[in-house]
Design a protein around this ligand. Structure first.
Ligand SMILES: Cc1cc2nc3c(=O)[nH]c(=O)nc-3n(C[C@H](O)[C@H](O)[C@H](O)COP(=O)(O)OP(=O)(O)OC[C@H]3O[C@@H](n4cnc5c(N)ncnc54)[C@H](O)[C@@H]3O)c2cc1C
Length: 394
């Protein structure tokens, strides 16, 4: 039992210890603002959760700036391009050349989370893990509350502001009255089977492949760990994908002589686009997946979460210095970037996947678009600058 938990107070109550919640706590700490992070899962669980792995230049710059870049700079893999593969041929999109030297860093989300937790631990401010029955209240007052149970007892955390960083299945967004928000949503008729394998990548850069049998992506997490994705049914059962079937399908779709290794993780992620507007209600501010979801084809989910909390941390710094203009502009500021990422992620998804029941006409359009991106500097630049991230320009 943590002492005095039944009557806690802080400046910012943060719900969720994913990348958004942990980075916000870290940035606030740097501004001298106190926060408490509440998380339903255990530390071991969130450190092992395999998800995103592509960091935009702006994300990398921010992590370095706030003192979290040391291991990422040592272990992260810097890439200056990707390959698009279709109609049996590969076409390189050269990020450096098209975006004035910008690139991406491949560094697993769980590694970012581990670095953030190490920083929280060093500050003596680890999240409260394994809390339950979380709810938020009094959002329209200037002392909102987060209620939860811990170790069988009920607790209340009073604060000035609540940051809802609890992901797509959290409690913060559903706590906003329906009439106060508009949601925009699209479901795609397929999912991704994500695979982590203990084998050196068979490629130096990511390969995005469009194939008549469906999309495939060859990515990586380290020189010893490969990450693959295969388009599958949205409700596919990973057990229907034995290892031999996975390797065979990857070889066909990627048209690559792949090295095999033990598959240590596989899971299905449905593909969805989702935005809630505004990203704020009273003293509750949503950040990351709690406010928006993108299909992972554009590698934007984690980067958007980081971009949101950068804006929120700066707005809270100004708030405690006496001006609330930043908090007032928070939602509009974030949504400009969110919608750009939504469009890019939808565009990449539409261009590269096989749509069930799709007609020859749509397939011809996809191929025409891919040929255009591969052959036109202007079209390739559009892909490149969105992929590496638009930085502070949006
Ligand atoms: C299964 C999955 C696979 C993904 N794969 C990729 C990928 O391959 N490539 C890519 O680019 N992006 C991927 N993404 C997207 C990317 O990982 C997310 O955009 C990113 O995790 C967003 O960070 P976040 O902190 O906003 O949310 P999250 O990482 O979801 O963190 C939210 C946290 O809140 C906690 N929580 C939930 N409910 C409560 C509650 N009631 N109270 C307290 N805590 C709560 C959760 O346990 C979690 O720790 C994936 C996402 C998912 C869900």
């Amino acid at each position: 039992m943590i002492p005095n938990m039944s009557d806690m107070q802080t400046q910012v109550g943060i719900v969720g210890a994913g990348p958004a919640g942990l980075l916000l706590a870290h940035l606030l700490h740097g501004h001298g603002i106190a926060s408490v992070v509440l998380e339903t899962r255990s530390r071991a669980h969130i450190e092992r959760r395999i998800r995103a792995g592509v960091l935009e230049q702006g994300t990398v710059d921010l992590l370095i700036e706030c003192g979290l870049g040391e291991r990422m700079q040592r272990e992260g893999l810097v890439h200056h391009g990707i390959e698009l593969r279709f109609s049996g041929r590969g076409h390189r999109i050269d990020f450096s050349e098209l975006t004035d030297g910008r690139g991406i860093t491949v560094y697993g989300q769980q590694e970012v989370v581990k670095d953030l937790l190490a920083a929280r631990e060093a500050a003596g401010a680890l999240p409260r893990f394994e809390v339950a029955d979380v709810s938020v209240a009094d959002l329209e007052s200037d002392r909102p509350a987060v209620r939860f149970t811990y170790d069988g007892a009920e607790h209340e955390l009073r604060c000035d502001v609540i940051a809802g960083c609890d992901g797509s299945h959290g409690v913060c967004r559903p706590s906003i009255p329906d009439a106060a928000v508009t949601t925009y949503e699209r479901e795609y008729p397929f999912g991704w089977l994500g695979i982590l394998a203990e084998v050196a990548p068979s490629t130096e850069e990511l390969i995005y492949a469009r194939h008549e049998r469906g999309f495939a992506l060859h990515s990586m997490r380290s020189p010893e760990l490969s990450r693959f994705y295969l388009q599958c049914e949205p409700d596919a059962d990973p057990d229907d994908w034995p290892d031999a079937r996975i390797w065979e399908e990857l070889r066909i779709r990627l048209a690559l002589d792949l090295d095999e290794g033990p598959i240590i993780e596989k899971g299905v992620t449905p593909m969805r686009s989702y935005v809630v507007e505004p990203m704020q209600h009273g003293r509750l501010f949503l950040a990351g997946d709690a406010a928006h979801i993108v299909p992972p084809t554009g590698a934007k989910g984690l980067n958007l979460a980081v971009a949101d909390v950068r804006v929120l941390a700066a707005a809270l710094r100004d708030f405690y210095a006496g001006t609330d203009a930043g908090l007032g502009a928070y939602s509009d500021t974030c949504l400009r970037r969110v919608w750009r990422a939504e469009h890019f992620s939808w565009w990449m998804t539409s261009m590269l996947h096989r749509f069930p029941g799709g007609h020859g006409f749509e397939e011809k359009l996809q191929l025409s678009q891919l040929e255009y991106v591969a052959g036109s500097r202007a079209a390739a630049t559009t892909l490149a600058e969105n992929y590496v991230g638009l930085g502070q320009r949006i």
